[in-house]
Design a protein around this ligand. Structure first.
Ligand code: PLP
Length: 433
């Protein structure tokens, strides 16, 4: 199997270390507990009034940063027709591509970490108490206070956008270290919002390393570390409870007879790891969690399959690390997520860039939904589940009979897209590889 990965071929990796949830929950609890996730949700709530004040687009949701869950039956039909496959069950799209403020899944982790840092600083300085109305953090005196501090982050684009937009809005000095893969429009947008953008002609891991070092030399600077941060992880993990509520509201059952499949595009692993973990703690053995990575940059797959974790680099396996899925261009995976997912993740699908643009057109034509190329990777999940013999084995081993699969819910996680400028959306639709 690793041979196919090395050759840049599309494939499916079934996680040999996957275990039933009851055998893993105690171990995982040591790192992140249900109480930790509940605390993160409470922190989001404290900040809701401030978010409404700083970002009026969040008013209709009362300052809650959440996205719709939408059934996409026409896309299901289009996939079945185009790829001559039978997709048993219902197909849904989770539209984190349309999360407020940042237009990507990074709104969950990135905004959360900036808010937590602001809270920590303000409380330590005696300027805020937990029971206060957090709207006060938008007052000029607080902006002046925050302006003494810097927040820095390394990014392929979207994490930089979410952190940059939020930290600049609070008054922090903001420095974003952008890898070579970052799109020009993302850098421009950030500069418009008042962030300083430092560009690198190297890959993501190197932009992170440079940012980490620069930040460490400034005692007033805080570095958001996508490769290690437990805070980012918790921001993402809150998605679990929220999705469970959305499924309940749409009367979608999740139990032994109604399995849930979730497919999330993965870069360094923070977002899919945190979201997946939050979901796993709620749905346990009834959820089957899969990540999807580009064929040229399957860093989590290699980190987990080789046991090298964060020391795995896709270039050491003969791959370029280059992909049109800019949000997934991380040559080395998160050590935290590759370890935490060891026994929880069912498997990883890989996808070639050309497929992303075919799927982008298919989604646009069938459902009139526009998301960015990285997001389309999610659709390799349902396609792959009914394609690879190994995936069939997985279903058999886990009691996923024909009858149960017919009652399954598949959720493709759309991770970004609503901030993409119109001309670039059109260019994506005309991209052929
Ligand atoms: C960041 C990102 C991902 C993956 O998140 P990681 O935390 O890097 O694994 C997926 N899609 C898009 C659009 C992203 O920006």
């Amino acid at each position: 199997m690793l041979n196919l990965v090395r050759q840049g071929k599309e494939t499916f990796w079934l996680n040999p270390q996957f275990l039933p949830f009851d055998l893993t929950s105690g171990l995982c609890e040591l790192v992140v507990s249900d109480a930790d996730i509940a605390e993160a949700e409470a922190r989001w709530q404290r900040f809701a009034p401030l978010l409404v004040r700083l970002f009026p687009e969040t008013k209709s949701q009362r300052g809650v940063i959440e996205s719709p869950l939408r059934a996409i039956p026409k896309m299901k039909q289009a996939l079945a027709d185009t790829y001559q496959t039978s997709l048993a069950g219902q197909l849904y799209l989770k539209l984190d591509s349309h999360l407020p403020i940042a237009g990507s899944v990074k709104a969950r982790g990135g905004i959360y970490e900036v808010l937590k840092h602001a809270e920590d600083l303000a409380i330590a300085a005696g300027k805020l108490q937990i029971q206060d109305n957090y709207e006060k953090l938008a007052e000029p005196a607080m902006r002046t206070f925050f302006s003494q501090y810097a927040i820095q982050v390394g990014s392929t684009g979207n994490l930089g956008l979410s952190i940059g937009i939020t930290s600049a809005a609070l008054g922090f000095r903001t420095i974003v270290h952008m890898s070579a893969d970052a799109r020009a429009w993302k850098k421009e947008l950030l500069r418009e919002k008042g962030a300083q953008v430092i560009e690198y002609d190297q890959d993501y891991s190197q932009a992170v390393a440079a940012g980490r070092q620069l930040s460490a030399s400034d005692p007033h600077s805080y570095f958001v570390d996508d490769e290690k941060s437990l805070t980012l992880f918790l921001g993402y993990a809150v998605a679990g409870r929220r999705l469970a509520d959305q499924l309940a509201a749409q009367a979608v059952a999740v139990d032994a007879e109604h399995p849930l499949f979730v497919y999330i595009p993965a870069g360094v692993g923070g977002a899919p790891g945190g979201i997946g973990y939050g979901l796993k703690r709620i749905f346990k053995d009834h959820i089957h969690l899969f990540f999807v990575e580009p064929t040229e940059c399957p860093s989590l797959l290699l980190g987990m399959a080789s046991g090298l974790y964060e020391r795995a680099r896709v270039t050491d396996f003969g791959l370029s690390g280059k992909t049109a899925a800019d949000g997934l261009a991380c040559a080395s995976p998160s050590g935290l997520v590759t370890r935490l997912m060891s026994n929880l993740l069912s498997g990883i699908f890989t996808v070639q860039d050309a497929h992303l643009f075919d799927l982008l057109r298919l989604l646009y034509e069938s459902e009139h939904i526009e998301i960015e190329p990285s997001s389309l990777a999610a659709f390799m999940g349902p396609l792959g589940l009914f394609h690879y013999p190994l995936a069939e084995d997985y279903c058999r081993e886990h009691g996923l009979t024909k009858q149960r699969l017919a009652q399954a819910t598949h959720i493709c996680w759309a991770t970004g897209g609503s901030l993409v400028p119109q001309d670039i959306r059109e260019a994506y639709r005309h991209t052929g590889i």
